[in-house]
Design a protein around this ligand. Structure first.
Ligand code: ARG
Length: 411
């Protein structure tokens, strides 16, 4: 029995494109699908800049577990240019500090799965999401939109094996468990825009972060005693240079991530409202975003008028929620992007940030498009601003408020 139109009828599962990470769930799945459906499995691993991943090893493991083919696609450029670039223009933050790295990656992973499934003549796409998270929404919504002919299976959602049973299943079938089977690992997801950890003590809200969760960002107390200033230059809303060094986007994000990580920047301990109703806690390490988004938002405010600056955060928030909630392909997102692009045409200039033991603070700004004139703003008397005009402005500006106050008999 299936609930949704895009779920596979087991009788029709013959050739499966499996989104494969090399971890326990998807490795068990690779075997389980072959056994359960007598189906061929083509494994696909998508490189979005996960630090330290060895794709030769991942690929070999898939073949060893019986995949008829194991593909690795390097999607870092596409991820940076089509997804992270849009997120930067939209200052994309969900809640109080989640820069959406996972949420941005899923629609691209799903698109790659559709392309590979069609290429390899698969009838079904399999992924390793549980039934409790946002990722199932993002992946399945995207596949169902792009490829109505493809069906989806999500074995972890239905097989009802716990970690112990999965390890037992793996052991019987000679599947190696990374990091051994004794320690329960954090649930990690990462790419070049950030890293999340979930599970274990993170689920206890009054449990302060243990040191071992931080595998990307240096703990602030261990960061250098010397502050470092980094400048980020933007053209049309996108970062183009770090410390005046022109860089392609992927390299720039990686470099910003390294500098931020060294200074303990971008640690976020976040309680989050998931789209499926749950409230959960994540520990995020987002050093690149902490630098680039902070700089972008600062520059955007400098070149925008008061009216643009009041509207933009509201649209940014809408954008972030659509993407968080799995609706990358929703037309409202592209509509909003048209506005983001228009505003960002002016976002050219350079922002300097001082990094010190976990903080990234803007210290310098410059832009040819700044709506700022030191002649007008100065405290020195004179200049172009007519102070004599101010009383007339205040008279009319406050007119309705004064009338209302008087009518309500408070005056
Ligand atoms: N809470 C974040 C999100 O919903 C991170 C999810 C991480 N995903 C994972 N499969 N571990 O986007």
């Amino acid at each position: 029995m299936t609930t949704a139109s895009y779920e596979a009828d087991p009788a029709n599962v013959h050739r499966v494109l499996l989104l494969y990470s090399g971890g326990l769930d998807t490795s068990v799945m690779l075997k389980w699908i072959q056994e359960q459906y007598q189906a061929d499995v083509v494994a696909l691993t998508v490189d979005l800049g996960q630090p330290g991943e060895d794709y030769v090893v991942v690929r070999a493991k898939a073949i060893e577990l019986g995949a008829v083919d194991a593909l690795v696609v390097d999607a870092r450029e596409e991820f940076a240019r089509e997804f992270v670039a849009r997120a930067i223009k939209a200052n994309a933050i969900y809640g109080l500090g989640y820069p959406l790295f996972t949420a941005l990656g899923r629609p691209l992973i799903a698109r790659k799965a559709v392309e590979a499934a069609r290429e390899a003549n698969c009838d079904t796409v399999a992924h390793g999401c549980t039934g409790k998270g946002n990722d199932q929404v993002r992946i399945e919504a995207t596949i169902a939109t792009l490829a109505p002919e493809l069906k989806v299976i999500a074995p972890v959602r239905s097989w009802q094996m716990g970690r112990e049973e999965e390890i037992a299943y793996a052991r019987v079938r000679g599947i190696k468990v990374r990091g051994g089977s004794e320690i329960v690992p954090y649930s990690i997801d990462d790419n070049l825009w950030g890293r999340s950890s979930e599970g274990r003590w993170i689920e206890e809200l009054d449990h302060a972060p243990e040191d071992d969760v931080f595998q990307l960002v240096t703990r602030p107390e261990e960061a250098p005693d010397e502050a470092e200033t980094v400048t980020v230059s933007f053209e049309g809303g996108l970062p183009v240079a770090l410390n005046d060094d022109p860089l392609g986007l992927v390299e720039l994000l990686e470099r910003a991530g390294e500098i931020g990580a060294r200074h303990g920047v971008g640690i976020v301990d976040h309680i989050e409202d998931r789209v499926v109703g749950l409230k959960v806690r994540d520990i995020y390490e987002v050093p690149a975003a902490a630098i680039v988004l902070t700089a972008h938002a600062e520059l955007e405010r400098l070149v925008g008028t008061i009216h643009q600056n009041q509207l933009k955060p509201m649209l940014d928030q809408r954008w972030a929620y659509l993407v968080y909630a799995g609706l990358w392909l929703e037309p409202l997102r592209t509509d909003l992007d048209a506005y983001m692009d228009a505003v960002n045409e002016q976002v050219t200039g350079k922002i300097g940030l001082k990094l010190y033991k976990g903080s990234a603070r803007v210290v310098t700004r410059s832009s040819p498009n700044a709506v700022y004139d030191p002649q007008l703003a100065t405290f020195e008397s004179g200049g172009l601003f007519s102070q004599a005009a101010s009383p007339g402005f205040i008279e009319l500006w406050s007119l309705q408020s004064r009338m209302a106050w008087r009518m309500r008999d408070r005056g």
